[in-house]
Ligand binder design. Structure first.
Ligand code: COA
Length: 167
């Protein structure tokens, strides 16, 4: 999906008072980012569990935005700035704090900080099965650009298919 003109979320969202900021000391926040990643993406088809050390390595390669409420990290957004555009690589909210507008606020703040526009669009990839994410991206002004299909099969299914073919 692509956004060229971010649409502002409503000011009345339950998470409106969250603090959202870009962090420079990524090592210090790696454990909390890994915790939220592991909880929020657990049901995702491409889920991979990250340790604090693995996440610290990932964070050194991206720009890191953190949302906090009552002094506790409640969400993060990882972005990759390019020369004439930017990518959102990952956005996740602690499952205990989802559905209160924090995801929208976090992404909107990141888009604003990057001055997203026609000349400097923001891109991201999202699964057509990810209803909450699609909802917030559409609300913020993202529109679909291309669709791709992902096929998957277990090792057992592949072996069974091969046996049927050569029977
Ligand atoms: C996507 C994500 C960041 C959204 O965070 P959030 O703080 O819950 O987002 P918001 O509260 O701003 O909005 C979520 C919307 O989706 C809705 N929603 C939640 N579950 C839903 C479902 N199963 N089907 C449809 N809509 C759903 C919520 O009700 C809300 O809409 P509303 O404001 O009309 O009530 C969060 O769901 C998450 O961390 N998901 C796992 C990680 C992920 O998939 N990230 C995106 C990768 S592209």
């Amino acid at each position: 999906m692509k956004c060229v003109e971010p649409l502002q979320p409503a000011r009345t969202l339950a998470a409106a008072r969250a603090t959202i900021e870009q962090v420079s000391d990524v090592t210090a926040c790696a454990a909390e980012v890994a915790r939220i990643h592991n909880a929020a993406y657990a049901s995702d088809a491409a889920f991979r569990l990250y340790s604090r050390e693995e996440m610290a390595q990932v964070l050194t390669e991206t720009e890191v935005w953190i949302a906090s409420e009552d002094g506790q990290m409640s969400g993060f957004c990882l972005t990759e700035p390019e020369r004439n555009s930017m990518w959102i690589e990952s956005v996740a909210v602690d499952p205990a704090r989802q559905g209160r507008g924090l995801g929208q606020l976090l992404v909107y703040r990141v888009l604003s900080a990057h001055d997203v526009s026609v000349e400097h669009p923001c891109w991201l990839n999202v699964s057509s099965r990810n209803a909450p994410a699609l909802k917030i991206y559409r609300r913020l002004g993202f529109r679909p650009q291309h669709e791709t299909c992902r096929f998957s099969a277990t090792r057992g299914e592949l072996i069974a298919a091969r046996e049927r073919r050569f029977r």
